[in-house]
Design a binder for this molecule. Structure first.
Ligand code: G16
Ligand code: MG
Length: 216
């Protein structure tokens, strides 16, 4: 029975995925190679340092630990600069309406993000108080596809993982939800998000009944 919805942040609630991509791409370019949208899929939902490791592998570049820390910090600074322009209008279409349906049905709402910037982003879009719990990159020890992020969220909300739906735009996130025994709804391209219980292109016109149907 559906009791809680756990939302990923980047690429689900707000389109910060494009800013992450832009910042990583410019770092790759600086190192002398390109980062394609396909390659970028591997970075979604993955922590900052792990993302950097994947990028360095793609470019076949080896860096010492100090340089890696500096590059990651530079990427984050660039990312935060891009995020500065964000306002409540940047919340993805239909997200607020869908959450209103959840509130009306007494279904709990939580956030499960790998990002250490999650609270900052939520403040920009004025959504800090929409989530009964916020699990972000500062709280977890094992990133997606490990289920820790979402299991913590379910625990905070006092619900069983099997009573939760996870909304995710990342392959690693869908795997994390499945690994935690939750229903996984992919937000994006069905070809990329194989393994989801359902894939939606966005929240516009998504009715709660469609999600509840997944529990029958
Ligand atoms: C996100 C993004 C990832 C990013 C990660 C860490 O998580 O999808 O691309 O690398 O957070 O972000 P930060 O560098 O801000 O700590 P999610 O789980 O919200 O999609
Ligand atoms: Mg995401």
């Amino acid at each position: 029975q559906l009791k809680a919805c756990l939302f990923d942040l980047d690429g689900v609630v707000v389109d910060t995925a494009q800013f992450h991509y832009a910042a990583w791409k410019s770092l790759a370019n600086q190192l002398g190679f390109d980062l394609t949208p396909e390659q970028n899929e591997q970075l979604k939902g993955v922590s900052r340092m792990e993302s950097l490791d994947i990028i360095l592998e793609i470019g076949n570049v080896k860096l010492d630990e100090g340089t890696k820390q500096r590059m990651a910090a530079e990427k984050n600074q660039h990312y935060l600069e891009l995020c500065q322009q964000m306002t409540p209008e940047d919340v993805l279409p239909g997200v607020r309406d869908f959450m209103d349906q959840l509130v009306a049905a007494s279904i709990k709402i939580g956030l499960g993000s790998a990002s250490k910037n999650a609270r900052l982003i939520l403040a920009h879009i004025n959504m800090l108080d929409r989530f009964a719990t916020i699990v972000d990159g500062t709280r977890i020890t094992k990133g997606k596809p490990d289920p820790e992020t979402f299991l913590l969220g379910a625990q905070d909300l006092g619900v069983e993982p099997t009573d939760c739906v996870v909304f995710e735009d990342a392959v690693a996130g869908i795997q994390a939800a499945k690994n935690g025994g939750m229903v996984a709804v992919g937000v994006g391209d069905p070809a990329v998000l194989a393994g989801s219980n359902l894939v939606i292109t966005g929240f516009e016109d998504l009715s709660l009944a469609t999600i509840q149907y997944l529990f029958e």
